[in-house]
Design a binder for this molecule. Sequence first.
Ligand code: CA2
Length: 146
Amino acid sequence: MTARILLVNGPNLNLLGTREPEIYGSATLADVESLVTRAARDFSLEVRAVQSNHEGEIIDAIHAAREDCAAIVINPGAFTHTSIAIRDAISGVALPTAEVHISNVHAREAFRQHSYLSDIAACVIVGCGVQGYEFAVRRIASLLAE
Ligand code: CA2
């Protein structure tokens, strides 16, 4: 059976490529989802892509991943800095999880410099633009191959 990655993009990431290109670049969410799908295919991994602006929907998608996914790649958007509930969901399913941020959150406002996820993530990739999602897939593939 082919292993699958759950790709989660959180609030406002549906706006990628439409505004603030100086921070987030010009790639759209569809571009991100296809780049992740292509990167995963190189390792014979499938992808389920979910974007939601709602915390509960993200938690439901993480719970569902327990049934049929081997790992998670997540950019929780602003929920990174606020959501103990998403952290608990990721702890609860115990799947290796890559945390991705398109921008360099450490070079931005102080409130973006704390993540509720980073200490439980298998890896954290920040400031690499949308290429960070590709790096995350590669790292997840290595971890799954161990
Ligand atoms: O750098 C990242 O990937 C972030 O997770 C993006 C979040 C932000 O709250 C985090 O601190 C860092 C915001 C996503 C908003 O995305 C937009 C994209 C285009 C236009 C407007 C918002």
